[in-house]
Write a protein that binds this ligand. Structure first.
Ligand code: ZN
Length: 187
């Protein structure tokens, strides 16, 4: 079974992305992706977001999601919803110029507040930030393109060894059964 290619962090016109959801989905379909999570910003979406996502038709396996703003400090957290499983990601520590120690401390504070983190991004809007692949950070290392504009689409993705099922993909990510990949424009 070939691995499944996907991106678990992307934005649409429901928050600060420039593409409508259908156009965004089509862009990933054209690149041959298997799955995609739409994760618009929690503080910019309305109730129509959660009603609209299930109506999106695609040959991709779509995950519904949201990007949370952690309220104690400036930190985005990705929430990707499976059918029963939920994945939580400490997003782009590079954007906040966090050291490894600061990243570990943030993860600790967030978990102490009751949110169990699964992964940390080793990417920032698809650019590779390999310093966060450090074994010292006790989280799975994920790459996403965090697409806000078409130029971001396809910069970074993951390839997961899992059946084509949302919960199976989330469980495989937690288990580390995937690889991170970067396109030519990602350095
Ligand atoms: Zn984002």
């Amino acid at each position: 079974m070939p691995p499944l290619r996907g991106n678990l962090h992307a934005h649409t016109t429901y928050s600060d992305g420039v593409e409508r959801p259908a156009r965004l989905v089509a862009a990933y379909e054209a690149l041959g992706y298997d799955f995609l999570a739409i994760t618009d910003h929690e503080d910019r979406i309305g109730a129509s977001y959660w009603r609209a996502l299930p109506r999106l038709a695609s040959r991709l396996l779509l995950f519904h999601g949201v990007e949370l703003n952690y309220d104690r400090f400036d930190q985005h957290i990705g929430r990707v919803l499976g059918d029963r499983e939920t994945l939580h990601v400490l997003n782009h520590p590079a954007r906040y110029r966090l050291s490894i120690e600061e990243t570990i401390e943030r993860a600790r504070v967030i978990e102490r507040d009751g949110l169990r983190l699964d992964a940390v991004e080793v990417s920032d809007t698809g650019h590779h930030r390999p310093q966060y692949a450090s074994d010292e950070i006790p989280l799975v290392k994920l790459a996403t393109d965090d697409a806000h504009r078409p130029v971001h689409v396809g910069r970074a993705w993951i390839e997961v060894d899992a059946p084509r099922d949302r919960d199976a993909i989330i469980r495989a990510i937690r288990a580390g059964d995937f690889g991170v990949r970067f396109g030519a424009a990602a350095e």
